[in-house]
Write a protein that binds this ligand. Structure first.
Ligand SMILES: C[S@@+](CC[C@H](N)C(=O)[O-])C[C@H]1O[C@@H](n2cnc3c(N)ncnc32)[C@H](O)[C@@H]1O
Length: 302
């Protein structure tokens, strides 16, 4: 078991602290990939899981889980991540193919392999922003697979609690070009001020025609769901104490802040998409997903 009991463990890679959550999502995507009714395909995910000592023994197929889909972590929670992957795949593909954006920024990219697995129109560039240790692990695994991205890919090592805008613009980000921003599974780990800075920076760097999708938790008291099967099974089976990794500060209302800056916003529950796709998690009692919202925002054209 890996100790994630303190928020700032100092662990920079995927072996502990918040970096380990990138492996959790990768394992969920691996399981989703091999389901007969999968919502998203990520053939790289299981390679990340197998390559890290911390996760090498985790399941990458639902048949490897003794209690299968009734396991709260590898059943319901993994399906949640599979659904999220699919919904954000659709969002980014729609934004580049129909919306015309050619610049994509993944904030807290983790082991996201979209640059390698999605069909991009010509001329796209994908910036992947995460901490150095996570991106170094990703580079190593993808290198061993001789994986080739399907578009231009630029990893950027930086801490999103600091001023990351300079790192992005130094890496070639074009403030005049419409951008698709994905902030998937990140904001609950950041302090209030870092989320406020992130949202205002996205607005400042976004040309008209840009699009943003992000995930938040509305819960006023995160501990209300501390006995939720999702939290307790993740802690018990993997040693990942998500509640100790999440920021306990009150959350900013980022969707309303963006609307105030002229963005059009739509706030949805994951369950909306479960119903649309016919699979994924549905509401249940004592549900750690009850406060999760997926926000989709567009900065209108003039
Ligand atoms: C749950 S993972 C999600 C990864 C990816 N977006 C996905 O959905 O597969 C959270 C990611 O956020 C990154 N992260 C958390 N805090 C960060 C920070 N302060 N600066 C940069 N990255 C951070 C972690 O390293 C990790 O890769």
């Amino acid at each position: 078991m890996v100790d994630t009991a303190r928020r700032d463990t100092g662990v920079e890679g995927v072996e502990g602290g918040v970096g380990l959550t990138a492996l959790l999502v990768a394992a969920a995507r691996a399981i989703e990939t091999h389901r007969p009714d999968s919502l998203a395909q990520d053939s790289y995910a299981e390679h990340f899981v197998r390559a890290a000592p911390a996760s090498a023994a985790w399941p990458v197929r639902i048949r490897e889980v003794p209690d299968g889909d009734s396991n709260p972590l590898w059943g319901r929670f993994a399906r949640y991540f599979g659904l999220r992957t699919r919904v954000l795949d659709d969002f980014v593909l729609q934004s580049v193919h129909t919306g015309g954006a050619r610049q994509v920024v993944l904030l807290g990219a983790g082991l996201d392999s979209r640059a390698f697995r999605l069909d991009w129109p010509p001329g796209c560039v994908v910036f992947e922003v995460d901490r150095e240790g996570v991106l170094a692990f990703k580079h190593q695994v993808l290198g061993e697979l001789s994986a080739t991205p399907k578009t231009t890919r630029i990893p950027i090592s930086t801490d999103l609690r600091a001023d990351w805008a300079g790192a992005l613009t130094n890496a070639g980000f074009d403030t005049a070009a419409p951008t698709v921003w994905l902030v998937e599974g990140l904001l609950f780990y950041l302090p209030h001020a870092a989320e406020t800075y992130l949202i205002s920076t996205v607005d400042r760097l976004s040309a008209q025609g840009s699009a943003l999708a992000f995930e938040v938790k509305l819960d006023k008291d995160l501990l209300e769901y501390r006995d939720s099967p999702l939290y307790t099974s993740t802690h018990r089976q993997l040693g990942i104490d998500l509640l100790s990794l999440f920021s306990r500060e009150p959350r900013p209302d980022s969707a309303t802040a963006l609307a105030g800056k002229g963005w059009s916003t739509s706030v949805r529950t994951p369950f909306d998409f479960t119903r649309r796709h016919g699979r994924g998690p549905l509401p249940e009692a004592n549900d750690a997903l009850a406060g999760n919202r997926w926000v989709f925002a567009n900065k209108p054209q003039p």
